[in-house]
Write a protein that binds this ligand. Sequence first.
Ligand code: AMP
Ligand code: MG
Length: 497
Amino acid sequence: MNPIPFTNRYLALGEAFYKKTLPTPVAAPALIAFNAALANEMGLSTDELGTQDGVNIFAGNVVPGGAEPLAMAYAGHQFGNFVPQLGDGRAILLGDMTAADGVCLDVQLKGSGRTFYSRNGDGRAALGPVLREYLVSEAMARLGVPTTRALAAVTTGEQVAREQLLPGGIITRVATSFIRVGSFEYFSASNDVESIRELANYVIERNYPQLRDSEQPYVALLQAVVDGQAALIASWMQLGFIHGVMNTDNMSIAAETIDYGPCAFMDAYDHDRVYSAIDRNGRYAYSNQPAIGLWNLTRLAETLLPLLAESSDAAVELAQSVLKTYADTYHQAWLTGMRAKCGLSNAAAASKPDSDKALIESLFNVMAANNADFTLVFFHLSQLNLQASEKDDDIRRLFVDPAQFDDWLVKWRERASEEMLTDKQRQASMQSVNPVYIPRNHQIEAAIRAAEDQGDFSVFHALHEVLQHPFTRQQGKDRYMQPPEPDEVVRQTFCGT
Ligand code: AMP
Ligand code: MG
């Protein structure tokens, strides 16, 4: 039996959409991690995948039976500039399959060698970015954020040349779709309306089957992606997550977080935080993410115009009416999520969305002015009682000038007491949305350093383990809650390309 029951639906789209490509075998594959829990969710048997046979598949040395590997074509706006041909330069789609729950999943190797789309790249990935993607994408899944998943990571036994020679790695990642906004742009650039229609139909069939019978399926598709991305980006903002390279080729049509490059969670709150070393103008800064989301979705809408209506005026009007909903959907999702983080419900505040918004924004302003740690502020807020102040110092000491936070705390207590909840109830609901642990940048860096410098993966595994239960405080794991010491601070992150 084949270890993964591939169906290869993407193949049927035809050769305009991809180039068939086999992974390039590597010298000495060795397992870093195999995600048996995900394999189970996918309905895969771990009998073979969990052995050296699996390692050979995850390294690209053996193409599993039934797979028809290919590299997908796409274009994209990179930092605002259109590039008509990007495509999978270091990723290969092994195929798609139907999971136990009926959901169709794509399985990709990333770092598995050159493809038709590699341009000057080597088609490889360094170990560091593989570990980062594995840790962060799996943490995101546990944090409840839609994301591509990591099924396995291996070392290749080969080196890759970056600024220096680095050990190579390959990640096997899984998504409900690897189709991007840039996939539509690829065909739009050559005015290939029929291919855009085929791609849109494929996405509807696979990812949005409920839209199949709508009166205007392509308008409905645009709306679904707009809604999904608005919710996704709001969930990033609620965790202090910065994607880093929100180019249109890194934006999923299935509204999952995809292409973990120089991404990071912030420690101290900073509205304009940028990590990515290549983002010199802060285009993809934390606070710009919602606006960039709309910018990217506007590029998607443009590609769909020929499908929306006969006349271009009517098409533009339809597209605009959909894009117009983004701001509201985003703000609703943001407000609902931020209220939940603060222990405030929508119901109790139906009449005061504006005052809740102001209350939340003023918290972020005090945090910014006082270098307060994003995750720890909400963690400690989730422990407070309304009538008793004995735990207040735990949160106050996160602020350089705690007095600046005291005003806010008084206002929060007033507002929170309007909820019909006991301290216990409110704490439980806040603790279910405010993580104890996030993949902190300095911890990821420590895991990468140990792996790269000493071949020691124990730091990686220990961090991964803690991040499997981000909302549960774990015995003896408090150091994973802590922001970096001054000498541990990671100021910039790199793509690894
Ligand atoms: P990214 O922004 O990292 O998602 O990558 C942008 C484009 O560059 C995509 O088309 C990638 O496939 C391609 N690319 C990135 N790194 C490499 C590499 N090492 N070899 C070949 N292509 C690459
Ligand atoms: Mg990419």
